[in-house]
Design a protein around this ligand. Structure first.
Ligand SMILES: *[C@@H]1O[C@H](CO)[C@@H](O)[C@H](O)[C@H]1NC(C)=O
Ligand SMILES: *[C@@H]1O[C@H](CO)[C@@H](O)[C@H](O)[C@H]1NC(C)=O
Ligand SMILES: *[C@@H]1O[C@H](CO)[C@@H](O)[C@H](O)[C@H]1NC(C)=O
Ligand SMILES: *[C@@H]1O[C@H](CO)[C@@H](O)[C@H](O)[C@H]1NC(C)=O
Ligand SMILES: *[C@@H]1O[C@H](CO)[C@@H](O)[C@H](O)[C@H]1NC(C)=O
Ligand SMILES: *[C@@H]1O[C@H](CO)[C@@H](O)[C@H](O)[C@H]1NC(C)=O
Ligand SMILES: *[C@@H]1O[C@H](CO)[C@@H](O)[C@H](O)[C@H]1NC(C)=O
Length: 358
């Protein structure tokens, strides 16, 4: 998928204001409260990419996640806008609600960068149509999305953290809830992955462009982009023991897969789009190839979608691009190869993660 960064960024002036008049809009600012918050759990309760709580208490959380992995697998970038306490996420007992932005990734020479967390003083989120725009005040970081989710621009302007520039996503695939497309939203479909844990995938696949200066070094690349949001009311370790999640661009196929080993059940799903049309949302088997305790990254992905065919993919890492020791977490980038069984095998790029909660 060849395109040039300058051309990509020329398009990066979004028509949000012009479009606003014909779409429903809403505005949200961070409000903390010490009582039950109302949580969005189904599609008719709010825009897919909006805030999912009326206000934030010490035991609820939400994040908006964006990434781009370069077509040559040399670079990647992940940006996450977070709200929630350690207690809410289940990784500690601190009840202080921490709004922050996390930015990390990889330079072409292998050097990793990590602006661990840039704290925000306030948050405002506007929704227009199904899209949203968010400002994490005091961080210099924000995003702006179109009402139809077709384009998103991130502005990262935090010179005191040594980071400045922008990220552009042009969607190539229809948005999904767990097991349903956004186009099914009028059926009030569920946004729940497991009780107390929710997911909305506004951009399963995008043409992504990154133009940043990080501590004086330019990071400029294009590749496969992605955007989603997760939120919850129960700490992650109580909901799940572990999960795999990843997204890939394999020829014309956009793929998003996950398998969440929940405390009571395992929920696995795969989305395959042949841009811009959906082929499958269904069940999948994700099998780590390694026999050791902690996965080394190599994965087999297989699904049997009856009349839609059998698909198989092999994922092989080229780099670990982010990891944390507790909770144990690894993010890889690498090569994905496969397709329809018996059909032509295609190769592409993939970014994926393994979370182990113990
Ligand atoms: C926060 O809101 C959630 C969702 O309504 C509720 O389950 C939880 O008990 C609330 N937490 C506090 C500390 O009020
Ligand atoms: C949180 O508090 C519980 C109960 O007091 C304790 O068992 C646990 O070790 C604490 N967790 C952390 C991360 O401090
Ligand atoms: C956040 O912004 C809103 C809207 O401007 C304002 O009403 C609120 O007081 C601000 N909160 C903080 C903690 O500054
Ligand atoms: C959508 O489903 C939720 C959860 O079942 C329910 O609370 C809500 O009232 C429904 N909304 C509409 C408009 O039907
Ligand atoms: C790798 O690239 C980064 C960013 O350009 C630079 O800061 C760093 O010095 C380079 N490291 C090596 C070992 O060349
Ligand atoms: C998904 O596939 C797995 C492995 O084949 C199977 O164990 C599981 O029951 C399936 N889940 C559903 C909801 O069909
Ligand atoms: C991971 O383990 C598999 C199976 O033992 C092996 O084939 C593969 O080379 C390993 N990959 C890495 C990156 O170590």
């Amino acid at each position: 998928m060849a395109f040039t960064i300058p051309a990509l960024f020329l398009n990066a002036v979004l028509l949000v204001d012009a479009a606003a008049s014909s779409y429903p809009t809403s505005s949200w600012t961070l409000q903390e409260a010490n009582k039950p918050a109302t949580v969005v759990v189904s599609s008719l309760e709010g825009p897919i990419d909006g805030p999912k709580f009326d206000y934030i208490n010490s035991t609820v959380y939400q994040w908006w996640y964006f990434d781009v992995v370069s077509s040559d697998l040399e670079s990647c970038l992940t940006v996450q806008f977070n709200i929630g306490s350690e207690l809410a996420l289940g990784f500690g007992n601190a009840s202080e609600i921490l709004p922050y932005v996390a930015i990390n990734g990889k330079f072409p020479n292998g050097t990793l960068f990590d602006m661990a967390s840039v704290p925000a003083t306030n948050i405002t989120i506007q929704t227009i149509g199904q899209g949203s725009s968010g400002v994490w005040e005091g961080t210099g970081c924000s995003w702006e999305g179109t009402p139809d989710l077709s384009e998103y621009v991130l502005t990262l302007n935090a010179p005191e953290q040594g980071i400045q520039g922008s990220v552009y996503l042009k969607s190539i695939s229809p948005a999904q809830y767990p097991f349903n497309l956004l186009s099914q939203q009028l059926y009030n479909v569920s946004e729940s992955v497991l009780p107390g844990f929710y997911w909305a995938n506004s951009i399963p696949g995008a043409l992504g462009g990154v133009d940043l200066t990080i501590r004086g070094d330019r990071l400029l690349f294009d590749g496969s982009g992605y955007h989603d949001s997760n939120w919850g009311t129960i700490g992650l370790p109580k909901v799940a023991g572990s999960w795999y999640w990843g997204h890939a661009q394999v020829g014309d196929l956009t793929i998003v897969f996950s398998t969440v080993e929940g405390r009571t059940q395992t929920v696995s799903s795969i989305y395959i789009g042949n841009d811009p049309t959906l082929i499958i949302i269904g069940n999948v088997t994700v099998t780590p190839v390694t026999g050791s305790n902690y996965p080394n990254g190599t994965l087999n992905i297989a699904l049997d979608a009856a009349f839609d065919g059998k698909y198989e993919f092999l994922i092989v890492p080229t780099d670990i691009v982010y990891s944390t020791p507790a909770p144990k977490y690894t993010r890889w980038i690498g090569i994905i190869e496969g397709g329809l069984v018996g059909g032509e095998s295609q190769k592409g790029v993939v970014l994926w993660e393994y979370f182990y909660f113990g």
